[in-house]
Design a protein around this ligand. Structure first.
Ligand code: UTP
Ligand code: MN
Length: 442
């Protein structure tokens, strides 16, 4: 199928005199795609001084039924003969350190890996499936895990699947890795230390891109996913089990199961649901996470301890939107706080501040009194339940542009047992995963 698509692009290009070259890149070009995955990454490379518009037009015409997507620049996504195909215009630059946009690096990755990976494809597949099984595979922002290219570099670096797991056991946050290049027979005398980039300081893992040494291939990896991988690697090395590669499917919770689990915990579950804005996942997820953090902060500041929270994008179409529903779940320790709260003021030796403090709190429920050297009053709380707090204060938070707009247009709040009113399977699976959260940790 890939060869057919490449030929069609080149034929059309010749008839239009477009000076491009069609390239198969990604895992399909390297014999490292996982069974069951049907994605093809095809790039349409243009000489540097040309416009990418002509390449985009070719892509549109090759796949009449397509969707246009946008990363750093526009590309085409289509289903062709049962494959999910990305047709991505890029520049054919001479050197990967002189790229115009991030996708221009990809052909260099393919060349680098294809030349070195023969004989190790099986190890890459084991590593990818292992990472997928434990939930750390994929560099999209929703996941924040290991990309396919990163897993290939790790196998090249440590020689085998088990070699990677063993090495991971010694990783620390801030770990820095350089893939040794077999084509250099003399030892490379440039130390990593001299080439550390400013941008890497907060990255938990740095794997220097062999085709562009200023770039960290693991830039998308989060600290949690890194150590989820490390801990699961230890489990596998201690006790080989194929469960790690193929975890049991998550069954959606039935009404009674959901009610039982909620009853075991007796926590205060609050769900905020709204129409997902019409943006791609890599834009929506960071905004959902930002909103989640802001709302957690609001709840905590107002005395509601947050046990855990999570966000999801469920593709069910609602009455109003076709883009599915965004959901944010907060699990609080209490439903209702006391009406009275303690309010701590200035230290007993700051007369001016005390005057101002007392004039603001002229009629407290109790106090003023001194505790720990400070003036304290006990006053009524503004919000004693999470619903009233959220309704009144949520729109003043920083929530991410699209999420803020959508929440402004309307949302629903479900509390506790009201959650069973939501019957779609995606939500029920999300709740199963939430309650049964359990990782392989050794
Ligand atoms: P893919 O995400 O399709 O990865 O990106 P893949 O290597 O083909 O792996 P699977 O088997 O589909 O999961 C295609 C190419 O884009 C570049 C890489 O060169 C990759 O091979 N890429 C993608 C990156 O450099 N970084 C990323 O985070 C994602
Ligand atoms: Mn791919």
């Amino acid at each position: 199928v890939a060869i057919r698509i490449l030929e069609n692009i080149e034929k059309l290009a010749r008839s239009r005199a477009v000076p491009c070259k069609a390239l198969l890149v990604g895992s399909a070009a390297r014999d490292t795609w996982l069974a069951g995955d049907h994605d093809l990454d095809i790039f349409i490379g243009m000489p540097e001084d040309n416009d990418l518009g002509a390449a985009l037009d070719l892509a549109r015409e090759i796949a009449p039924h397509h969707e246009e997507k946008y990363a750093e620049h526009a590309y085409v996504h289509a289903n062709i003969e049962g494959f999910e195909v990305d047709l991505v215009p890029c520049y054919l630059v001479k050197d990967a350190s002189r790229i115009v946009s991030a996708v221009d690096r990809t052909p260099f990755h393919t060349r680098y890996v294809s030349q070195r990976i023969p004989g190790l494809e099986g190890d890459v597949l084991l590593l990818k499936q292992f990472m997928k099984g434990i939930g750390v595979y994929g560099s999209e922002l929703r996941i924040g895990g290991f990309s396919g290219y990163l897993s290939e570099l790790l196998v090249l670096c440590y020689g085998s699947f088990v070699g990677v797991l063993n090495a991971a056991g010694k990783w620390r946050p801030g770990e820095m890795i350089e893939v040794p290049d077999q084509s250099h027979h003399e030892p490379q005398n440039t130390s990593i230390a001299g080439r550390v980039q400013e941008a890497w300081h907060n990255d938990p893992l740095v794997v220097i891109d062999p085709v562009d040494p200023k770039r960290n291939v693991a830039a998308a990896l989060t600290l949690d996913k890194m150590f989820q991988f490390v801990a699961a690697s230890r489990c596998f090395l201690r006790q080989h089990s194929d469960k790690l590669f193929f975890p049991p499917k998550i069954a959606p919770l039935k009404d009674e199961e959901l009610l039982d689990l909620m009853d075991c915990r007796r926590s205060a579950l609050v769900l905020i649901e709204f129409d997902a804005p019409p943006v791609v996942e890599d834009i929506l997820f960071p905004q959902l996470r930002k909103a989640e953090q802001s709302i957690r902060g609001l709840l905590e500041r107002n005395g509601f301890g947050v046990l855990r929270s999570d966000v999801a994008w469920h593709k069910v179409t609602s009455d109003v939107g076709d883009d599915g529903l965004a959901r944010m779940l907060f699990e609080l320790e209490v439903w209702e706080l006391s009406q009275v709260k303690k309010h701590i003021g200035p230290p007993g030796w700051e007369a001016q501040h005390i005057d101002r403090f007392l004039s603001r709190h002229a009629k407290p429920l109790s106090g003023p009194y001194i505790q720990g050297g400070k003036v304290v009053v006990e006053i009524p709380r503004k919000y004693t339940n999470p619903r009233s707090l959220l309704i009144s204060e949520m729109d003043q938070l920083s929530l991410g542009k699209h999420v803020k707009q959508q929440l402004h247009d309307g949302y629903k709040i479900y509390e506790g047992n009201e959650l069973i009113q939501i019957e779609d399977m995606e939500f029920r699976r999300f709740m199963t995963a939430y309650f049964r959260k359990h990782m392989y940790i050794c």
